[in-house]
Design a protein around this ligand. Structure first.
Ligand code: PA5
Length: 430
């Protein structure tokens, strides 16, 4: 059973917070937004109950793992990378490539078009044991195809064409696009990105399921958590906390001028989750001159970097704390220097306790300073909880799209730069 809760009390009770009346006034539109989402059933709402993508992903993952693979390179960018990276960072060992604790190959993400990172990946992989998973829904994103061509070239050189082909997976639109054509031509293994699921909403499709399963994570539990979220949204509709949160963040932006939403995660393991959410919220809602600016932060680290601004800077932010009830592991602080009062007091506590106390202290300090904040609490870092949370944040973003009156599923603003890039790089037709 997923254990994820949302606490919005400090958006209401803080000085200048939202009022019940404002929320009531917005509630007909909120109901309409969630009804529209449930009636329209965009592709991402169907993923948690679609067994077919899970089975296909598990089958490929099993082939990778049983082949004795040493390395698995996931090539993709934006929605084709951030979700899988978030899951891997949240649920695998923090130094997974040194300690692949669930018996899978090392995992590498070739995301940016950065020659230094890409060369670094080429330095560490063992070509004889490497699989490559090229992930692009459109089938022609320049960064992804460039990275793929480089890795493909290195593997083909070491293994010959056949060796490379049998260890390549193309995760893409099942019907169209250049990657689909390459896969057909070279008889590559393929996994589908459903045509009605946009990149940033695709983490629970093979985009996220395959790398999760390759690393030995429980992909089935991820979907079970997400399915639980969908069920609860169906039951509770505008009273579901993720849906209610869409209204609160919308009002904080449009009626309080708080147009920055900081997701401050109190776990290093959730740092990539914040990056995933930043893309989801920004690319879905930032259009027609609307949208609030998402920003990721990590507690306690950023208490020593950004908290001063959050406490005393412009009143333009909402801080969303994400905390974990039970860290997967805790570390006791040994006794030493007990005669020095500025150090000795730590003895006998745990590092997890310090993290939790600092998180709570930050929340209280923000509230007392009249800085609106809310909290998302995960009982633990588990596949089920991550699946639930990611689905809930997708629901929230889609509902917020309806409140803002924008289409959350397109991204027309990024096309202009792509066209200029294609022209300058010599792509025919541009
Ligand atoms: O959310 C989106 O649609 C985008 O961020 C895409 O995921 C990103 O541009 C990569 O696109 P593609 O999967 O087609 O390579």
């Amino acid at each position: 059973m997923a254990d994820v809760t949302f606490d919005y009390q400090n958006l209401l009770e803080v000085e200048g917070g939202l009022t019940e009346r404002e929320l009531e006034e917005l509630s007909p539109r909120l109901r309409e937004a969630v009804d529209g989402l449930l009636d329209g059933r965009p592709g991402f709402m169907r993923l948690p109950r679609t067994r077919e993508y899970l089975d296909a992903s598990l089958e490929v993952a099993e082939r990778v793992r049983s082949s004795g693979a040493t390395d698995f390179v996931h090539v993709g960018i934006g929605g084709s990378a951030l979700g899988p990276m978030a899951l891997h960072r949240a649920l695998s060992h923090p130094f997974y490539n040194l300690i692949p604790d669930r018996g899978g190959p090392r995992l590498h993400f070739a995301e940016n078009a950065d020659p230094t990172t890409l060369s670094g990946i080429l330095d560490v992989i063992e070509p004889e044991g490497t699989w490559v998973n090229v992930v692009t829904k459109s089938g022609s994103t320049a960064e992804t195809m460039a990275n793929f061509l480089v890795i493909r070239g290195a593997l083909a050189k070491a293994l010959g064409d056949f060796g490379y082909q049998s260890r390549t997976v193309a995760t893409t639109d099942p019907e169209k696009g250049f990657l689909k054509r390459i896969a057909d031509r070279e008889d590559l293994s393929t996994l589908p990105i459903p045509p009605d699921v946009g990149g940033r909403f695709s983490v629970l499709s093979p985009v996220g399921l395959l790398p999760a399963a390759v690393a030995g994570l429980d992909a089935e539990a991820l979907l079970a958590g997400a399915a639980r979220c969908v069920e609860e949204v169906e039951e509770r509709r505008d009273e579901h906390p993720a849906v209610a949160g869409a209204a609160m963040h919308y009002l904080m932006d449009t009626s309080r001028g708080r147009n920055i939403r900081v997701m401050m995660v109190y776990a290093d393991a959730l740092e990539r989750l914040a990056a995933w959410f930043v893309q989801l919220w920004a690319e879905s809602l930032g259009k027609d001159g609307k949208g609030s600016t998402p920003h990721g932060a990590v507690g306690t680290t950023d208490q020593h970097s950004q908290l001063q601004l959050y406490m005393e800077g412009p009143q333009d932010k909402v801080i969303e704390i994400v905390e974990v009830g039970r860290p997967p592991r805790d570390v006791e602080i040994p006794g030493a220097y007990e005669d020095l009062e500025g150090v000795g007091y730590l003895s006998g506590h745990t590092v997890g306790e310090l993290l939790g106390v600092e998180c709570d202290a930050t929340r209280r300090a923000l509230t007392e300073a009249g800085r609106p904040n809310d909290t998302i609490r995960l009982g633990s870092l588990s596949e089920e909880n991550l699946g639930y949370l990611m689905q809930a944040l997708e629901v929230q973003t889609a509902v917020a799209g309806a409140l803002y009156g924008v289409n959350p599923y397109d991204q027309p603003g990024v096309e202009a730069g792509k066209r200029i890039t294609y022209r300058r790089m010599g792509r025919p037709g541009y």
